[in-house]
Write a protein that binds this ligand. Structure first.
Ligand code: IPM
Ligand code: MG
Length: 364
């Protein structure tokens, strides 16, 4: 996958969003400050509105001012959006619609969601240590097509609604190529997840996948699972998987499940990339967690690791990205825990305390 040519300035648009978004954004920016001090690289940060806060201030979940900024940056760092306050708005005015439109604007069709177990946290998973130890998998989710965007949608008759799952050959091919490129860098194993026993669109997905892998990536060992079986296998024996690829909706579900295997969804970052002509989008896999917002309870690590992915993939700073990942690993190894990953009796850190520790390690 090609990436956008980075400007010298290394410009990042930050969208703090709703709920715990602003708190975790603050910690990620702290860590970026440490990177900047340490490496003498300067970053140009701009801020924008997305989600509920954008609705409150502009009556639009993705206002034109935010859209206008997208072309002027190399990458977008987004925290989380949504909350009960906006839940009863019509579907097309909800915060989530802003996020979906943002992904479309950036043509970010490939969503990479790595799920890696930090072995020191293997006991905070709800699954047994022996099942999850050593998990290192990647969910590649198609992000700009499928049932999320298909037409017709909405009300079609009295008390009757419809959504449409639709994929073109070109859409399937480009996500499969992306998943194959990832697999080639890893174990050369790819599992495509569909529901080809029931859905025509899934059978087509499977046919195009087989053809694409055969013609372009013959070295890859390709397998297929139905979504229900994949969901079950992921819990039963997650280590059998390396790269999983799926449609928008199935990938949404599988990536939450994969995240939970690792102990906390508060740890997992993601990258959403297109063909390289637009900025990459980086965001934690978790949501805005309105129930704990503003209380200093949120885990900032998924956001900080999303920043690391941003530095590596969109700004071509792999060394700096690695420094952040190592700082996070060290903090966890030393027993630093926010509430979501603490076991009984362990000292619980606030969002800012965890951010401070990682900041200091990056800056050391
Ligand atoms: C995610 C979220 C979003 C999605 C929502 C907030 C629209 O669940 O990023 O996984 O469904 O894509
Ligand atoms: Mg989701």
């Amino acid at each position: 996958m090609k990436l956008k040519k980075v400007s010298d300035k290394k410009r990042i648009l930050v969208l703090a969003g709703d709920g715990i978004g602003p708190e975790i954004t603050k910690e990620a920016l702290k860590v970026l400050e440490a990177v900047s001090q340490k490496s003498k690289i300067s970053f140009e940060i701009s801020e924008g509105l997305l989600g509920g806060i954008a609705i409150d201030k502009t009556a639009d979940p993705l206002p034109p001012e935010t859209i206008a900024k997208l072309d002027k940056v190399d990458a977008v760092l987004l925290a989380a959006i949504g909350g009960p306050k906006w839940e009863n708005l019509p579907q097309d005015q909800k915060p989530e619609k802003g996020l979906l439109r943002l992904r479309k604007e950036l043509e970010a069709f490939a969503n990479l969601r790595p799920a890696k177990v930090f072995n020191c946290l293997a006991d905070s998973s709800t699954l047994k240590r022996e099942v999850i130890e050593g998990i290192d998998l990647l969910v590649v989710r198609e992000l700009t097509g499928g049932i999320y965007f298909g037409s017709p949608r909405g009300k079609i008759a009295d008390k009757t609604y419809v959504n449409t799952d639709v994929y073109s050959e070109a859409e399937i091919k480009r996500i499969i190529v992306c998943a194959c490129e990832q697999a080639m860098r890893r174990s050369k194993k790819l599992c495509s997840v569909d529901k080809a026993n029931v859905l025509e669109v899934s059978q087509f997905w499977r046919d195009v996948t087989i053809e694409t892998v055969k013609s372009q990536f013959p070295e890859i060992e390709l397998s297929h699972l139905y979504i229900d079986n994949a969901a079950m296998q992921l819990i039963r024996n997650p280590r059998q998987f390396d790269v999983l690829v799926s449609s928008n909706l199935f990938g949404d579900i599988l990536s939450d499940e994969a995240a939970m295997l690792t102990g906390s969804i508060g740890l997992l970052p993601s990258a959403s990339l297109g063909d390289g002509s637009k900025a990459g989008l980086y965001e934690p896999v978790h949501g805005s967690a309105p129930d704990i917002a503003g209380q200093g309870k949120a885990n900032p690590i998924a956001m900080i690791l999303s920043l690391a992915m941003l530095l590596e993939s969109s700004l071509n700073l792999p060394k700096e990205a690695k420094t952040i990942v190592q700082a996070v690993e060290q903090a966890l190894d030393e027993g630093c825990r926010t509430a979501d990953i603490a076991t009984v009796g362990e000292k619980v850190l606030t969002t800012a305390q965890m951010g401070d520790i990682i900041y200091k390690k990056v800056n050391a």
